[in-house]
Write a protein that binds this ligand. Structure first.
Ligand code: MG
Length: 122
């Protein structure tokens, strides 16, 4: 599987934090600031894992996930949602939409590599 991880997140601070932690752990990181760019990069690079923010300009995480799942080349890539929503109902909605996992922001930088390792090795 590809060692590349795609981060799709419009908040620069969150994106940089995620990138730094993932690069520190030896992953090659690709970055996009909105869903449309994220889908484009996913199709071009076929990363091993995608982090997808829910609330983004241009195209949100739900729409981007739909596009990824509608394309044969990107359909089987595992996608982890990034969200600042803390409510249980949103967690259900996110998992029902087809995300493989869900991380709440602010990102726990000690939990992150554990989760990534699990998905990149599975
Ligand atoms: Mg956002």
């Amino acid at each position: 599987m590809s060692k590349k991880i795609l981060i799709v997140e419009d908040n620069t601070k969150n994106r940089v934090l995620l990138r730094d932690v993932l690069q520190y752990h030896g992953y090659e990181v690709l970055e996009a600031a909105d869903g449309e760019e994220g889908v484009r990069l996913a199709r071009e690079h076929i990363p091993g894992l995608i982090f997808l923010d829910i609330q983004m300009p241009v195209m949100d995480g739900f729409s981007a996930l739909k596009m990824l799942k509608a394309t044969p080349e990107t359909r089987s890539i595992r996608v982890i949602a990034l969200t600042s929503f803390a409510m249980t109902g949103d967690r259900e909605k996110i998992l029902n939409a087809g995300f493989d996992h869900y991380l709440s922001k602010p990102i726990n930088t000690r939990e992150l590599p554990v989760v990534v390792k699990q998905y990149m090795e599975a």
